[in-house]
Each structure stands twice: as structure tokens, then as C-alpha cells.
Design a protein around this ligand. Structure first.
Ligand code: SF4
Ligand code: SF4
Length: 365
């Protein structure tokens, strides 16, 4: 895991700059890693009822999209952090970044479609060299803009210092990762020094008006468990977070979203290494909640990879399971292709239906 002390921050910044330069000189080709295929095979091997069978039992197969309201755009896998549980496997050396051409394809799809929200994610989406241009373009459209921020980017380097005011000027809603209100838990999961940098980032957002009751600038936090367990009750956790962050740091925010750790990518590796994969998958299966299926995020969201490929969600993107049908890339976007499409489901989907359910907007039921 990358450290996050002042000295290390400078080193990571240099690494990020080097990666950006390399991408400029030689854009990355798309390859599907063998590891992705191995992850899917690994989950299919485990002795649990296949997710599709579970849906069938509850008369919810095929799982279909209802509408497409949210366009979630992954601007690339480059990030200033290397968190333990990252489902994107992001870091300072990842070279996959969305081209301006693909960004323009996304804008065309927004102009042609009925999306009410665009949700920018990564990596650290703010690191993308054309991030600000893209947000400015989006803000000229009648659409809600969400940026998923890791918070540390706000204090990472002076090049990013103006982000809170930039967000505010373009009415961006910020959803920020903050897996706990204690330094121990955050640093264990996200790297040494990340908690302090995140607190600093939150204070900067509050100073700009984010999360305050007298302002319309929304700031939501995201919690995920530190290990192989289900998140606690969202409302109670939100109350704990509000009490602790306010008492210790004077921080305020709007909502807390609880998210279950998906058994893919780095978290899957952790589970395998610690011999807890089977137990975790059984925990997810045993807590299958059929009521969550109605609100699964794949039913109203389309996720776009950095090269324009379309997926039912960010997790399917990481496993390279594109949407079904002949049209796979946003450059050929067509509302009819996305309407009432069958969603690609595999065993990792149990992560979205366990307990209170889980999505990029928190609990589902
Ligand atoms: S979890 Fe977020 S902040 Fe951490 S490495 Fe992944 S993309 Fe970066
Ligand atoms: S991982 Fe979750 S959001 Fe994605 S397709 Fe499966 S159930 Fe839907």
C-alpha cells in the first residue's frame, strides 16, 4: 500500500505526472487481463447456489433494466492512492485514461438520452487532465453532476487545491470515501496518513459550503466494512459518524452511504490470502435479500469504461462483462439498445443483495 506522509505524497505526485506523460506519448491499448477471467472462474468454483438460480427462485430472472437514468463514467484507473479494498485496482501507475473523443461520445449520449445524473468515478477522476473541461461541459447541460472523490486529492498537490471552489461553481455533488471516523481503521484500509489528509479535505469542503444545512452543496460520505462482514445499519452509522466527526473535527456532511465490499479485485485477493473467501460468500448468500433486487443500481445505471465500453455497473466493468447485445460502445449509443436489456449477472452480484442491499448510493432496502 502506498504511504501518505508529506514526503511520500511528493513521490506519488511525481509518479502520477510520469504516468500522465507516458499516456500522452503512447495511449494504452485495451487488453482483458487473465486475472479478470481468473477472478470470475474463482467465484464460479465456490460451492454456493449460482446467483442466477437465486434470482429464478424469487421469479426475478432475467434481471432487466427499468430505465437508464444515471450515466456512471469511469474516467480511468489512475489514482494517488492504493487502497486495500479497491475494486478498481487503481494506483499511480495505471495508464488507462478516457480520451477526449470518448468524453465527447458521452456528451452526445447525454444530449440524446434521458439521463438525469452523471456520476464521475475512477481512480481519482479529478486527476484526469481534461476533468475540468468535462465538468464545465456537463454543467452546461440540465443534469446533476456527481464526483466520487477520495478526499486526499484535495490536499495532494497545489495543482488540485482549487477543486472545492471549482466543484461549488459547477454545483457538483461530492460523494467521498471515508470508511471510518477513526484514524486506525482508515489508515489500515487506505494507507498511512490517509485519515489526516481526508479530514483536511473534508474541512476544505465544509469551508466552501459543502455539507452545511445553510447550503445546497451536497457532501455525502461512503462507508465500507474494514473486513469480511456486512455493513451495519446505515442510519445508526450515519448518526455515529455525524456525532464523532463533528465533536472531533467540526466536520458536517449530508448523508452516509453504506456499501458492501464486493468479492472482486483487491478484496477478493485479500479473502483468498486470509482463507476467508468461502465464509464471506456464504455470508452474502445466507443474507440474500430479495427485496433489494427491485432497487439494484444496474436497473437504472449504465457504466462506461475509459475506452467507451458499456457495462451494467462498475463491478461488471472490473470483471469485463459488457452489456448484452450488439452495441457495446458509447460511441454507438442508442436509447433502444439500453431499454429493457437483460443484465449480466454472476456470483459477485451477491455483494449487492446481502442484508440491506448495496449500491453506489448506499443501502437499498
Ligand atoms: S479505493 Fe478509490 S482512492 Fe482507493 S485506490 Fe481505489 S480508486 Fe483510489
Ligand atoms: S454487481 Fe450488482 S449492480 Fe452489478 S450487475 Fe450484479 S447485481 Fe447488478
Amino acid at each position: 500500500m502506498e504511504k501518505y506522509t508529506e514526503k511520500d505524497r511528493v513521490e506519488i505526485y511525481k509518479k502520477v505526472r510520469k504516468t500522465l506523460q507516458q499516456v500522452k506519448e503512447a495511449p494504452v491499448e485495451v487488453t482483458v487481463s487473465k486475472k479478470t477471467r481468473k477472478d470470475i472462474a474463482e467465484l464460479n468454483k465456490i460451492e454456493i447456489p449460482p446467483f442466477s438460480k437465486q434470482l429464478k427462485k424469487f421469479k426475478q430472472l432475467p434481471l432487466q433494466s427499468d430505465s437508464f437514468e444515471i450515466l456512471q463514467i469511469n474516467l480511468g484507473y489512475l489514482c494517488n492512492q492504493v487502497c486495500n479494498h479497491c475494486h478498481v485496482n487503481a494506483g499511480p501507475s495505471r495508464k488507462e485514461l478516457m480520451s477526449v473523443k470518448t468524453m465527447k461520445d458521452c456528451l452526445k449520449a447525454i444530449d440524446a438520452g434521458n439521463f438525469h445524473t452523471v456520476d464521475l468515478t475512477g481512480g481519482a477522476p479529478e486527476i484526469h487532465p481534461d476533468f475540468k473541461w468535462f465538468v464545465k461541459e456537463l454543467s452546461q447541460r440540465n443534469i446533476k453532476i456527481i464526483v466520487r472523490s477520495n478526499l486526499t486529492i484535495l490536499t495532494f498537490h497545489k495543482a488540485y487545491e482549487d477543486l472545492p471552489t471549482f466543484f461549488a461553481a459547477h454545483q457538483v455533488e461530492v460523494i467521498a470515501s471515508m470508511p471510518c471516523y477513526t484514524v486506525e481503521n482508515v489508515d489500515k484500509q487506505r494507507g498511512e496518513g490517509v485519515f489526516d489528509a481526508s479530514i483536511e479535505g473534508l474541512q476544505k469542503l465544509n469551508e466552501t459550503g459543502y455539507g452545511r444545512t445553510d447550503s445546497n452543496l451536497k457532501l455525502h460520505l461512503v462507508y465500507n466494512p474494514g473486513g469480511p462482514s456486512l455493513p451495519g445499519d446505515q442510519e445508526s452509522l450515519e448518526a455515529d459518524y455525524k456525532r464523532m466527526l463533528s465533536a472531533n473535527f467540526g466536520i458536517v456532511f449530508n448523508k452516509l452511504y453504506t456499501i458492501t465490499n464486493m468479492p472482486i479485485s483487491r478484496f477478493l485477493n485479500d479473502l483468498k490470502k486470509s482463507g476467508k473467501l468461502l465464509d464471506y460468500m456464504r455470508l452474502l448468500v445466507d443474507n440474500f435479500n430479495s427485496a433489494s433486487v427491485e432497487n439494484l443500481m444496474c436497473r437504472n445505471t449504465v457504466s462506461i469504461r475509459w475506452d467507451g465500453t458499456m457495462y451494467d455497473c462498475d463491478f461488471n466493468q472490473m470483471l469485463d462483462l459488457p452489456i448484452l447485445g450488439a452495441v457495446k460502445n458509447i460511441e454507438n449509443f442508442n436509447e433502444l439498445v439500453l431499454e429493457k436489456r437483460n443484465i449480466v449477472v454472476q456470483n459477485h452480484c451477491y455483494g449487492c443483495t446481502a442484508g440491506a442491499g448495496s449500491s453506489c448510493q448506499g443501502a437499498l432496502s
